[in-house]
Design a binder for this molecule. Structure first.
Ligand SMILES: Cc1cc2nc3c(=O)[nH]c(=O)nc-3n(C[C@H](O)[C@H](O)[C@H](O)COP(=O)(O)OP(=O)(O)OC[C@H]3O[C@@H](n4cnc5c(N)ncnc54)[C@H](O)[C@@H]3O)c2cc1C
Length: 230
């Protein structure tokens, strides 16, 4: 994950024509997946203060411990970027070591709460978990926050349903209420964890990318208003 502030000219080139692209994803035939987006623009009139977010993800054995330093990660990302063209290549080429770029490494990991041995003890409903604490998932499908919010709503609904005005919640009702919340969350989010993992793998497999509905039908839907093909 790289976060970079560029010079005025570079930032404008990455957004040329202005406001054209907010977020760009680029799969590569060699099994890489590049992302480039505008992360933060505190002042729309000061492109040299904008922060861009960009990374190129790459397959790595699950057991492999990546020991690159931050500097080495940046060098590795720059190296991978040479396989790309256009603004994606530029975004990495222009990363500098003057403090305007930074990089973090995060292995694409997940935790399926429905998998055997992944259950937790909720201590009679006194403690439970939600969001990434319960079901961290790979993020290319963009569903982690959605499920975290759904968890919060389900838990809130459970508490409201079990709450009796003037009395509160009966202690004996608590295990069942929390149990129901956890069962629903584990089923729903567990499926999403598995779908997300599949999606992440597919995005790093060129043949699967090219055979995906996005490429086969989504990108051939028609023309834009200005006449250019979508
Ligand atoms: C690159 C990327 C892209 C993503 N894109 C999307 C997307 O498009 N759509 C989507 O739905 N999801 C997306 N996600 C996933 C989403 O960000 C997470 O699923 C979501 O943030 C989880 O929310 P959370 O509140 O459960 O956990 P977090 O957001 O991780 O919040 C946990 C908080 O607890 C704090 N904390 C940790 N330990 C302690 C402690 N001991 N004491 C006090 N505080 C502590 C942390 O600092 C953090 O602020 C993306 C994730 C990544 C990495």
């Amino acid at each position: 994950m790289c976060f970079t502030r560029y010079t005025l000219e570079q930032a404008l080139q990455l957004r040329d024509p202005p406001n054209s692209i907010l977020f760009q994803v680029s799969p590569h035939p060699a099994g890489y997946f590049a992302v480039l987006g505008l992360h933060d623009a505190p002042d729309p009139d000061r492109p040299d203060e904008w922060t861009f977010f960009h990374y190129i993800s790459f397959p790595e054995p699950a057991s492999h411990v990546n020991e690159r330093t931050t500097v080495e990660h940046m060098a590795h990302q720059k190296q991978l970027a040479k396989l790309f063209m256009g603004r994606v290549a530029k975004a990495f080429e222009w990363m500098s070591d003057d403090g305007r770029s930074n990089a973090w490494y995060g292995k694409l990991n997940h935790w399926d709460p429905a998998a055997e041995g992944h259950q937790w003890n909720n201590r009679g409903g006194r403690v439970t978990i939600a969001g990434d604490a319960a079901h961290p998932m790979t993020f290319q499908r963009g569903q982690g926050l959605n499920h975290a919010i759904t968890d919060a709503v389900a838990l809130r609904d459970g508490i409201v349903g079990a709450w009796k005005v003037g009395v509160g919640m009966q202690v004996e009702e608590r295990p069942e209420m929390i149990g129901q919340y956890e069962d629903g969350m584990v089923r729903r989010a567990g499926e999403e964890v598995r779908l997300s993992a599949k999606n992440t793998q597919m995005l790093h497999d060129w043949e699967m990318v090219m055979n995906s509905p996005v490429v086969k039908s989504g990108l051939n839907q028609g023309k834009r208003e200005d006449g250019r093909k979508v």
